[in-house]
Every structure is written in C-alpha cells, then in structure tokens.
Design a protein around this ligand. Structure first.
Ligand code: UD1
Length: 417
C-alpha cells in the first residue's frame, strides 16, 4: 500500500485549483438513473469514490464515456436493480441509487451499508421516507428491497438533518405522482447543486438550500448537461493548511460563500482571509490563537473539516474545545495526533485540545478520509518526518493532494508500495 511521507516545517506559498466536489458529483451521477440518454457533467473530480459509483451504475447497465473533460452518463438500458454488498460496503454513498432506482424501475435492492469508522450511520430515514411515499420496503439478507409501481407525493419530516437522505428522496420524488414536501431538509450546497441538475432534467423543485424543499412530480425526465460545484471540503483543508504550516495560499475556482463558518473561525485564530468572486486567499503569520468549534449541519461548521481544524488547534496558543454533534465516533484521529505530540483529552462528544509549541513527526495511520487529511496537515507543521499509511482513504476524496501541497512548497511525496 502507498505511503505519504512529509518532512514538516516548510511554509506554504502559492496557489491551487479547487477540484469539483465529490459529494456533489456522487448524487449527480446517481441522478442520471432517472433519465434515458446521455447526461454530461462538468467538473467531476478524479477520485476513487467516483470510480466506485461508476462501477456500481455499470453493474445496472449504465454506460460512461469522457468527452472534453466531461463525464457522460447514459442510463438508457437498465437490466439490474441490485446494488451488491461488495460495492456498497466500500462506499456508503452508494445508497444514493435507492431513490432513483425505485422511481425509475419500480424496484431497488440495495445492500445495507453497515457501520463505518466514524459511527453507525443508519439509513432508516431514507427508508421511512420511501415508505411514506407508498413504497413497500423489506429488509432481507442484509438488503433493503423497495418496491413501488409509482411513488406518490407526501409530506416527509426528517427527524435528523440528513444530506444523502434529502438527496435520495428529492430524486425519488421527481417522478412521483403529486407533490412532495421535504421538511427539515439538508441545506448543503451539494443539495442545491443536485436540485439544479434535476431541474435541468425537467424536474420541478423549489426551496433547495432552505429546510423545506417542494418537489412537484413529473411523468418523465430527460438528460441534461450540469456542472459540479467546487469541493468546499478540499478548499477548507487548504485554508487550514495555510494556518498550520504558515504562509499564504490562494485557492482558485472555489465558492467563498460556502465557507462562512470556517472563515469566521479562521479569522478568530488570527489568520487573514481575503475573498473574491471565486477565490480565497488564506494567510497566516505566527502561532494561531485557540478557538472553540462545534460541528453542525450546513451552514454550521462542517463535520468533514473537524479533524483538520483539530490539527490546527494542536499547535495553537491555549485551550480549544472541539465538539462533534453529527457523528458519534469521529475522533479516531485523536490518538494519531497524540503520536505527533498533541495534547488532547476526549470528554463525551468533545475533544479538549491544549496547544503545544511544536509537533514532532512520527509514523501515523488513519481510519477515514478526513482524518487522513488532518494527519497530513499535522505532518506539515511537525518537526521531522511523518509517514502516513493507509493512503487509500485519502484517495477516496482528495484529488492529487500531495501534488497540490508540493506545488505550494511542502516537502511531501508518495511512496509506491
Ligand atoms: C454526508 C456526506 C458526508 C458528511 C455528512 C454530514 C455525502 C456523500 N457524504 O453523509 O461527507 O460527513 O453528510 O455532513 O454527501 N442519520 C440517521 N439516519 C439516516 C440518515 C442519517 O440517523 O437515515 C444520521 C447519521 O448517522 C448522522 C446524521 O444523521 O449522525 C447525519 O448524517 P447524513 O447527513 O445522512 O450523512 P451522509 O449523508 O451519510
């Protein structure tokens, strides 16, 4: 397995191009299941998770090609509605095929994703919503089997804010009979991006970006050309990197308006953040100040940046309380950060981080995608060599991260196993 080796202590200087968002591309590709003919998506990142969803859709009979950097997806002939365990277990977001398959084919058999490193992560809210829309749902041999001749519009109240749950049911409702209202819907920019793409297919969706989304069902959808938004988690990771390593990083092709929570916190640490139409310039001089954060659904502080922000706080001057409210077990990076010399105590859903003057490099490994990124950031700041193994987690969600960091002046390389 590949490793990433970092010799820390270099300031970052330069610019990077923000890639397309994994979490927007995955539902867009799943949405192609609702149409017959070629859809075209621009700005799809080149990531392992994208390959996984392509493999999953290919197993239903969907075909793909690339043209001028765009991903073309054709779900004209679907010959299977079975999302098998082997693929689903490697990527929980595979559950995004559930809604579109039931809506288009009247049936879906999707393996239950099971738990993952950051928590139990059930899909009960997806299932409940489909039942509310008239689907018959059965759990058998580890699979969700959902059937409906035609889904019917309903008022759906989500007990918790769920991003893929909102996306799944929004897709299902596009072809339902009548109107569906999603209440307590997720307001993430990726949900808005999906609604725009679905509307491009002829869907009738309003309210995306608020907590009530209205979908007036239509009889059929047609292919579209859509653009995937910038990856706010990647952009945020590079802003935080400027904070921990010091220096100045310009992030191009991003959407500054998606970063309000992070930018406010970074400014509190003493960083200078300048924003333009489609760029953010993050500058740090000196040791960051300690700041408390609490993860929340959008527009709150994203859980997908909690680990990276914790890395920054390990070298801050003071005590920081980091509270995770979305996933119950998302502190797996803490013990690895402590191997680098961080001082962290976990108390319930919070981590109390006492900043230290220096971290020192060590071999580390990660159990999930964003935790891996947090260890790279810590390695950039640490004295000496940090060796990160289990890099495959990173490749699921960051496009050529080591190349981007080395262009900023970091001493970072990937060693092929
Ligand atoms: C999505 C993102 C992920 C991000 C997360 C929270 C994608 C592909 N992934 O994941 O990167 O970390 O949002 O911003 O977009 N829950 C239930 N029952 C359900 C569904 C969710 O209890 O049926 C709970 C989860 O366990 C969790 C919370 O709701 O505690 C939020 O999860 P959710 O928003 O669904 O996360 P994902 O959509 O899987």
């Amino acid at each position: 397995m590949d490793k990433i080796i970092i010799s820390g202590g270099r300031r970052l200087l330069g610019e990077i191009n923000n890639s397309g968002a994994k979490n927007a591309a995955l539902p867009a590709i799943a949405a192609a299941l609702l149409t017959k003919g070629w859809n075209s998506f621009a700005n799809v990142p080149n990531l392992v998770d994208i390959k996984t969803i392509k493999k999953l859709l290919a197993s239903f009979g969907v075909v793909f090609k690339e043209e001028q950097g765009n991903l073309l997806v054709n779900a004209g002939d679907i010959n299977s509605c079975l999302a098998a365990y082997d693929l689903v277990r490697t990527m929980r977001a595979s559950v995004l095929v559930l809604g579109p398959l039931v809506a288009r084919m009247g049936e879906a058999r999707v393996s239950l994703p099971g738990g993952c490193a950051i928590g139990a992560r059930p899909v009960n809210l997806h299932i409940r919503a489909l039942q509310d829309m008239g689907a018959e749902v059965e759990l058998k041999d580890g699979y969700v089997i959902a059937r409906a001749r035609r889904l019917r519009g309903a008022v759906i109240y989500f007990d918790m804010v769920t991003v893929t749950g909102t996306e799944n049911i929004m897709m299902a409702a596009t072809l339902a009979e009548g109107t569906t209202l999603l209440k307590n819907a997720a307001r993430e920019p990726e949900v808005v991006n999906l609604a725009e793409i679905l509307n491009g297919m002829g869907a009738r969706i309003t309210g995306a970006g608020t907590d009530v989304i209205r979908i007036d069902g239509v009889d059929s959808l047609h292919p579209t050309a859509g653009k995937i938004i910038a990856d706010r988690i990647e952009a945020g990771t590079f802003m935080i990197a400027a904070g921990i390593a010091g220096g100045e990083v310009l992030i191009r092709n991003c959407q500054p308006g998606h970063h309000d929570a992070l930018i406010a916190k970074l400014r509190d640490t003493g960083m200078k953040i300048e924003t333009g139409n489609d760029y953010v310039r993050a500058t740090a001089a000196g040791r960051p100040r300690s700041v408390d954060i609490k993860t929340l659904a959008y527009p709150g502080f994203p859980t997908d940046l909690q680990a990276q922000f914790m890395s920054l706080m390990t070298v801050a001057g003071g005590l920081s309380v980091i509270t995770e409210t979305i996933f119950e077990n998302r502190f797996m990076h803490v013990s690895e950060l402590m191997r680098l010399g961080a001082e962290i105590v976990i108390q319930g859903g919070s981590a109390i981080v006492k900043g230290v003057p220096v971290l020192r490099g060590a071999p580390v490994m990660a159990t999930d995608l964003r935790a891996s990124a947090s260890l790279i950031l810590a390695g950039l700041a640490a004295e000496g060599k940090t060796e990160l193994s289990r890099v495959y987690h990173l490749d699921r969600g960051y496009e050529r991260i080591e190349e981007k960091f080395s262009r900023l002046g970091a001493a970072i390389e990937r060693v092929k196993a």
